[in-house]
Design a protein around this ligand. Structure first.
Ligand SMILES: Cc1cc2nc3c(=O)[nH]c(=O)nc-3n(C[C@H](O)[C@H](O)[C@H](O)COP(=O)(O)OP(=O)(O)OC[C@H]3O[C@@H](n4cnc5c(N)ncnc54)[C@H](O)[C@@H]3O)c2cc1C
Length: 506
């Protein structure tokens, strides 16, 4: 019997669990640090990008993804995503995920930088909940073992091979292969659309185990989070349906920034908003959807509608204040096309992983699809590696991937304060970066440490610190502006064959 341990219960982890469960020779356990439905996945709104219309084409989806990736996306990873996407979505439907339909056909929306209306959605703007509920139902029905409220603190290695995971109380879960599906790291910033579980744990514990981090300078900031509360997201789809961004005088300023105005690539819209906010002394800009009408807004975007109203606003009659917030990590643990990390026995999938798919900037709605497509592949690879006795490392350095630079293991003496780290990261590694601020941030981060890792909070703090150091190191390494990595001291690069950054813990 091959024992698989899957850490994380988002779209990537649940898809992998269901795929593993199809194989009689595999026993699978899912471990998740909170409730099973606490994940970025459950909060996703807009939808899943996938080609299901004969008038659309896989090649068009590939092209749009490559353009968004600003020259850095891996063609192989993008091709796999777009070509295997439709089958993965039909698998989801078979597992009980319900997408919105019109006359029995998938309802499809348009989002920024997609050249076709190919975004499937569920529950209007509650696509993530629709996916999570469907997959959780299937996992429950299949009787797959799920350990909720179980925090994985570290990986266990024997002779350089991962053999399990250590929990906070020191107990060990043994496995023939461990699959990290731990999601993103939005909590590294003070303003984020991510839930509280997104503390970059998987990246940190994989780095500690000797894995390679990749493209960690690329963090996507969503242009439109509500500028109040815990920065709830207002999906791109709202602008796709015709929402306008206006300055304090009601002027559509994005028309002056980019020919696609509100539907320009995310990083351009986010920086356009940040620049406009600077011009108006930090006041948020506003999203004007009044022309869409109360009935349409409530029907098409029920979650956002409820959230806006819960904060005492009526977006059908007044523009909503919005500002950018940290949203999606393009970088992660470097994996090959099948999810193998550089550490034998360790695999990664979903937002925690980086196979080069998103390049320097993710195309909207490609990440749920990533979990669905690669969730199947990673299990196939892990099971095959274990069963053939060929457990192996998956990512040699080649001309597309730079040789790793190293960050020191934690060595500071100053007491770590999470809010200070988040503010430092926002100011130095946020929407706009420069050498001076990055150098200063690296020095400050090197002085901090988390003295006593004994509970979830302190373990998360230590992980956030490791991830922050790796991000700053990577941002310093990339001396060009590219995609979401905008350096005010460097022009957008015309290098058509850029390399991915990589980083390890010394
Ligand atoms: C508000 C919001 C809206 C979004 N909208 C869209 C959208 O419309 N379309 C789209 O494609 N993408 C969207 N995204 C991005 C997308 O939701 C995520 O990229 C994707 O869901 C990530 O899935 P995942 O399975 O990799 O990780 P997650 O869904 O984040 O799951 C990670 C899991 O790992 C667990 N975990 C983490 N650390 C540990 C640990 N130490 N021990 C045990 N368990 C751990 C977590 O508890 C969680 O269960 C959105 C994201 C947000 C935040």
């Amino acid at each position: 019997m091959t024992r698989l341990l899957i850490i994380g219960s988002g779209v990537a982890g649940l898809t992998a669990a269901l795929e593993a469960n199809e194989r009689p020779e595999v026993s699978v356990t899912v471990v998740t640090k909170s409730a099973i439905d606490k994940s970025n996945t459950a909060w996703a709104q807009g939808g899943v990008a996938v080609v299901t219309d004969p008038a659309d084409s896989v090649q068009s989806h590939i092209d749009d993804t490559l353009i968004a990736g600003a020259g850095l996306s891996s063609l192989e990873s993008v091709t796999v995503l777009c070509a295997e996407g439709p089958a993965a979505i039909f698998d989801m439907v078979d597992d009980g995920v319900e997408f919105d339909r019109i006359d029995g056909e998938f309802a499809k929306g348009l989002e920024a930088a997609h050249s076709f209306s190919r975004i499937l959605h569920g529950g209007g703007d509650a696509t993530g909940a629709a996916i999570a509920n469907g997959l959780i139902g299937a996992v429950r029905e299949a009787g797959i073992e799920v350990l909720e409220n179980t925090f994985v603190a570290d990986l266990v290695l024997a002779d350089g091979v991962v053999t399990g995971a250590r929990l906070l109380d020191g107990s060990v879960l043994d496995a023939d292969a461990v699959i990290l599906a731990t999601g993103g790291a939005g909590q590294v910033f003070p303003y984020t659309t991510n839930p509280s579980v997104a503390t970059g744990d998987g990246i940190a514990l994989a780095l500690r185990a000797g894995a390679v981090g990749a493209d960690l300078e690329f963090y996507q900031f969503h242009p439109t989070s509500m500028a109040f509360g815990h920065n709830p997201l207002i999906s791109e789809a709202v602008r796709g349906e015709g929402g306008h961004l206006v300055d304090e005088n009601g002027h559509r300023f994005m028309k002056d920034v980019h020919e696609l105005a509100e539907l320009a690539p995310r990083d351009i819209v986010a920086r356009g908003i940040a620049d406009q906010m600077r011009k108006q002394a930090g006041a948020p800009v506003r999203l004007d959807v009044r022309h869409l009408g109360a009935e349409f807004l409530a029907k098409r975007f029920p979650t956002i509608d409820r959230t806006v109203k819960a904060h005492g606003m009526d977006w059908a009659h007044e523009p909503v204040p919005v500002s950018p917030a940290a949203h999606y990590f393009m970088g992660g643990i470097r994996v090959d096309i099948d999810g193998r990390t550089s550490v034998p026995g360790l695999y990664a999938v979903g937002e925690v992983a980086c196979n080069g798919l998103h390049g320097a900037n993710r195309l909207a709605s490609n990440s749920l699809l990533e979990g669905a497509v690669y969730g199947h592949r990673v299990v196939a690879a892990a099971v095959s590696d274990v069963q053939t006795g060929a457990v192996r490392a998956g990512n040699p350095v080649d001309e597309h991937w730079a040789a790793p630079t190293a960050i020191a293991a934690e060595a500071g003496t100053e007491q770590f304060v999470r809010a200070d780290l988040q503010q430092l990261m926002w100011e130095s590694v946020g929407l706009s970066r420069n050498e001076t601020d990055l150098e200063a941030a690296a020095k400050t981060l090197a002085t901090w440490h988390v003295p006593d890792v004994s509970d979830i909070k302190s373990a998360e703090d230590a992980n956030l610190l490791t991830v922050a150091r790796a991000m700053v190191q990577s941002a310093l390494w990339r001396r060009e502006s590219r995609g979401a990595h905008w350096r005010s001291d460097a022009q957008p690069s015309d290098d058509v064959s850029p390399t991915h950054s990589t980083v390890v813990v010394a």
